[in-house]
Design a protein around this ligand. Structure first.
Ligand code: HEC
Length: 277
């Protein structure tokens, strides 16, 4: 009878536990969680009061009857000998005053041992015989796949674009973006057609800071503050700098209305060194 009540209590606790699991699994917002939490709290308080009434009726004021099931349970998993019976299991040898008890192996310990054996067998069959549980390799491949997706996103946002890695883009959309950026930000000093005003002519082969997309990108990014060309890295994204840089290079050889006289050195694109392995 007592045991039955004990199991009822356990069941109740389990229900409460399950409730909580669901709340967190659903990831609900606080507003929705609060009433449920409140309900659980009231339930727990009610349960405590009910328990105290039940056990006070039994005049179990030191909680002996209440704690009985727990004691039984600990006894069941430890099978320990009560201290008053220890003389029954005392071995009769004595090593300089050190005595030994012939205690039983606690069931929880055996359970752990047999549990690991069972686990090992299942593990071996699953991972090494059938080979269906190739979790590590799959996890690895999944991580690689994710990293590639992230890389693609980063490439799109231009995070990898810098003066070392930048390349000319010939994409029509990108060049048209580049033109818009140029008209809006750069034309005031370089003229709408790139012929140059305060800033130099960008349509000829002569460059003060070196030609080619890498140098152009660098000048746009860091500017030449001493000469009046400002740094754009805080205002333009790497992709935008690539777009406007590519747009400028697409102006090479065009005939601006009022070209500024030649400044700088004639730029010859260096031959790319092929890396052979
Ligand atoms: C306030 C005027 C001003 C604005 C705005 C300006 N530039 Fe310049 N730019 C200059 C000056 C001045 C130079 C010459 C720097 C030097 O002598 O090294 C220059 C140089 C350059 C160069 C290098 C040219 C060479 O011959 O080495 C590039 C490329 C360039 N600007 C691109 C841009 C782009 C792209 C923008 C817009 C995002 C822009 N500039 C906006 C004034 C400006």
């Amino acid at each position: 009878m007592k045991i039955k009540k004990f199991f009822n209590v356990i069941l109740l606790f389990q229900i409460i536990f399950l409730f909580q699991q669901n709340i967190f699994a659903a990831g609900e917002v606080l507003d929705k969680v609060m009433p449920i939490m409140l309900a659980i709290t009231i339930l727990v308080i009610a349960l405590t009061m009910w328990l105290s009434v039940v056990y006070s009726e039994k005049e179990d004021f030191d909680g002996k009857a209440f704690l009985e099931p727990f004691k039984k349970f600990t006894n069941m998993i430890t099978k320990s000998t009560p201290i008053e019976n220890e003389k029954d299991i005392l071995l009769d040898h004595d090593y300089d005053g050190i005595k030994e008890l012939d205690s039983k192996i606690p069931p929880w310990f055996s359970f752990l041992l047999y549990g690991t054996i069972v686990f090992a067998v299942i593990y071996m069959i699953r991972f090494h015989v059938i080979g269906s549980g190739n979790v590590q390799e799959e996890e690895y491949l999944e991580e690689i796949r994710q990293a590639q997706v992230e890389r693609q996103i980063l490439i799109k946002t231009g995070a990898f674009l810098n003066e070392e890695t930048v390349t000319v883009t010939s994409d029509a959309g990108a060049l048209s973006n580049g033109k818009d950026i140029f008209i809006k930000n750069c034309a005031a000093c370089h003229a709408n057609d790139g012929g140059g005003l305060v800033g130099p002519n960008l349509t000829d082969e002569y460059w003060i800071n070196g030609g080619g997309i890498k140098n152009v990108f660098k000048v746009i990014k860091y500017g030449v503050p001493a000469k009046g060309m400002i740094s754009w890295q805080t205002q333009l994204s790497p992709t935008q700098m690539q777009e406007v840089g590519s747009y400028i290079l697409s102006l090479q050889g065009t005939q601006p209305a009022n070209p500024k006289p030649i400044e700088g050195e004639k730029w010859v694109e260096p031959v790319e060194e092929e890396t052979k392995s």
